[in-house]
Design a protein around this ligand. Structure first.
Ligand code: NAP
Ligand code: 8YV
Length: 324
């Protein structure tokens, strides 16, 4: 940024939690960077105009904003932004951006891997082999994906990338969202309960937050039924975790594949004990290439804003705050 006197002044930004090395390096060559996990003096916080946020940092809300009087923009490292108190950000007139689109294919790949791994019991089969059990017998026959009807809860960017892949698996597809999508030919169900009743797999990929909290509850799991499989790659808050543990323990559903949890990185012991659950540590987008692309998109949003251009991917709640 060039000041009226002709000097170059780099905007100061606060990085909320550690990011990939390539992202940190680009941030440091572009901005004056403060790391929230190190002690940042109040006089430096007062100069901070941008924030690089991520799901790894808690407390991006009112109390933090009060310490950042010059803050203009929060660029989130991730498409989901339930880690940011969006109402508080709007009250403060802050622009919030995310990494929409850049990770759709990667997360969809992982979702298919988790679905197949859960149904065909891949983790258990590998544990069986490594334990030497194959020497004395065959691994038990698994359930199948054949003949299944798959309900996608949240047919957005990632949900559609999942559906495109599933089209090659010769399975039936249906979906639930708040709205029927005119360009989509798969059947729409107006409630998640109706979708669960009609399907025997639910793939959950909606945003987290208050409106989707415990969307998947005991009643939905009961509707999914004893041959039912739940795959959650959205946010842990979307599933009632206690109800899920009970459903897995009681045979209310057959199995679950989870990438996300209510209190990450803590996974409840009761869930760890469920042998019919495949549990991944929130790795949907976690490839080197995709995390670097997410970092670059986050930086591109900050650069555009500080150059006086519109950010690339503002979230819907803050679009009205943009000039023009
Ligand atoms: P998106 O394009 O905005 O799509 C979200 C979909 O959810 C839309 O189709 C929307 O349809 C539906 N939806 C929103 N609110 C809903 C509600 N209250 N009830 C029912 N459906 C609702 O988002 P995306 O890019 O696909 O990402 C979705 C989420 O995936 C993210 O927000 C994030 O939490 C999660 N995610 C996880 C990982 C991972 O590593 N596991 C990686 C990336 C993203 P309607 O508007 O018609 O309701
Ligand atoms: C990341 C995600 O795990 O984009 C999201 O919403 O959940 C994932 O891509 C996360 O954002 C990285 O902190």
């Amino acid at each position: 940024m060039i000041t009226p006197g002709g000097a170059t002044v780099r905007p100061e930004i606060l990085v909320a939690a550690p990011l990939p090395a390539v992202t940190m390096a680009t941030l440091e060559s572009t901005f004056t960077v403060h790391r929230w996990w190190e002690a940042v003096p109040d006089e430096a916080l007062a100069r901070v105009r941008g924030m690089a946020a991520s799901t790894l940092a808690d407390g991006i809300g009112e109390a933090l904003f009060a310490r950042l009087p010059a803050l203009e923009i929060i660029a989130n490292f991730g498409v989901g932004y339930d880690n940011v108190d969006i109402a508080a950000a709007v009250r403060r007139g802050l622009i919030v951006t995310n990494t929409a689109g850049v990770l759709d294919e990667e997360v969809a790949d992982l979702t298919l891997a988790l679905l197949l791994g859960t149904v065909r019991r891949l983790s258990a089969a590998e544990r069986f082999l490594r334990a030497g059990a194959w020497e004395t017998g065959s691994f038990p026959l698994s359930p199948t994906l054949r003949g299944r009807r798959i309900g996608i809860v949240g047919l957005g960017g990632i949900g559609k990338a999942v559906a495109r892949r599933l089209a090659g698996f010769a399975v039936d597809i249906a979906y639930h969202g708040r709205h029927a999508q005119p360009d989509v030919t798969w059947p729409w169900y107006p409630s998640v309960h109706a979708l669960a009743t009609a399907c025997d797999v639910l793939i959950v990929i909606v945003p987290g937050g208050a409106t989707t909290r415990h969307l998947i509850d005991a009643a939905v799991l009961a509707a999914l039924g004893p041959d039912g499989v739940l795959i959650n790659v959205s946010r842990g808050s979307v599933v009632d975790e206690s109800a899920l543990v009970a459903a897995l323990d009681n045979g209310t559903i057959l199995a679950a594949g989870l990438d996300v949890y209510a209190d990450e990185p803590h996974v409840p012991d009761a869930l760890l004990r469920c042998t019919n659950a495949v549990l991944l540590p929130h790795i949907g987008s976690a490839s080197v290439v995709t995390r670097a692309a997410m970092g670059q998109m986050m930086i591109d949003n900050l650069v555009a804003w500080f150059a006086g251009r519109p950010p690339l991917t503002p979230v819907p709640e803050t679009r009205h705050l943009l000039p023009g």
